[in-house]
Design a protein around this ligand. Structure first.
Ligand SMILES: Nc1nc2c(c(=O)[nH]1)N[C@@H](CN(C=O)c1ccc(C(=O)N[C@@H](CCC(=O)O)C(=O)O)cc1)CN2
Ligand code: MG
Length: 307
């Protein structure tokens, strides 16, 4: 468009014919001021929040996410302790490490970066983490808490989506929500958190027939299927809120979500982009859960919160 005057409203995020862009990167950065202040209050009581970060193997994306988590911890004043192991580590060695971290009073949160190598028993590893240090919210105990409408440590990605909805002033109660994707770390806990807020929730997945017949009913559409361009404009109700949790790397290296962003933004009232939407919130909520854990240790808050 070099040399022309751009008058198209479609290029302006907040123009009447286009959706408001939900800027997760900005929200995550803004949360850090409040998080720093809470960490200072903890330090005044002699508690520095500590997060143990366990990375097994050389998965390039996992290495990037772990690096981002460590940097984010530094930025707010959480002491992160990295534990890196080759993909050849045995189940037994990993469980021994987790046992030590469970017993360490300076560690308030433990995260084991997923995915793990195939020979590792992921379920056993996650269940070995002490529930009161399970800042990823993957332990069965924490999953069970979500089922009965309590939050101990909600898993970071759906917790981030809830935070974005609240930050954007989007009403949840009584609204039709369709979640596309039924994974244990996003789709299922997402549905439970929305149900706890009295939304009417449908979960669709890879085998759902006529997906568009479901998604068109959504006032709020959350997509976490891992399929680029799965959601096109004709599948979206005019004025819907569209949250894209997908992260797909294309052959040309670009990272895109599951939603045809340029098409759907013209129809939605709000839309989260990829990158820069839900992804940064995953890390923000990990910091949040770690601070909450340290606040519980310091007696500043109780063991669990109602939704
Ligand atoms: N133990 C965990 N493992 C995994 C989790 C998790 O919450 N806990 N979630 C994902 C990976 N993940 C964090 O660990 C994560 C994924 C993506 C992003 C992010 O910021 N994405 C960018 C786009 C991708 C990129 O730039 O590379 C964005 O959306 O802007 C952050 C964290 C699986 N494993
Ligand atoms: Mg996550």
């Amino acid at each position: 468009m070099k040399g022309t005057i751009v008058t198209s409203t479609a290029l302006k995020p907040d123009a009447p014919t286009g959706a408001t862009i939900i800027d997760g990167k900005a929200v995550a950065l803004k949360m850090r001021d409040e998080q720093r202040a809470r960490i200072e209050a903890l330090q005044a009581r002699g508690v520095t929040p500590g997060l143990a970060v366990v990375l097994v193997g050389e998965d390039p994306a996992s290495s990037i996410y772990v690096r981002r988590k460590v940097k984010a911890c530094e930025a707010v004043g959480i002491k992160s302790i990295s534990h890196r192991y080759p993909a050849t580590i045995s189940n037994e060695e990993l469980l021994v490490l987790i046992g030590k971290l469970n017993a360490d009073p300076n560690v308030h949160g433990i995260l084991v970066q997923l995915p793990l190598p195939a020979h590792i028993d992921m379920a056993k590893v996650l269940e070995t983490i002490a529930p009161e240090k399970d800042v990823d919210g993957f332990h069965l105990y924490n999953v069970g808490a979500l089922v009965v409408g309590r939050q101990i440590f909600p898993p970071c990605t759906p917790y981030g989506v809830m935070h974005l909805l609240e930050h954007s002033g989007i009403e949840i109660e009584g609204r039709n929500v369709v979640v596309v994707g039924a994974s244990n770390i996003v789709g299922k806990p997402m549905a439970l958190m929305l149900m706890a807020r009295d939304a009417t929730v449908a979960i669709c997945h890879a085998k759902t027939r006529d997906l568009g017949q479901w998604t068109i009913l959504a006032d709020i559409l959350v997509v976490a299927a891992g399929v680029p361009n799965l959601i096109v404009p004709q599948m979206v109700k005019t004025g819907a809120v569209v949250i894209d949790v997908g992260i797909n790397r294309l052959a040309d290296g670009r990272i895109v979500g599951d939603v045809d962003f340029e098409g759907v933004r013209k129809k939605a009232s709000h839309i989260s982009p990829v990158p820069g939407g839900v992804g940064p919130m995953t890390i923000a909520m990990l910091l949040e859960n770690t601070i909450i854990s340290a606040e519980r240790t310091a007696g500043i808050r109780g063991p669990a919160d109602e939704f």
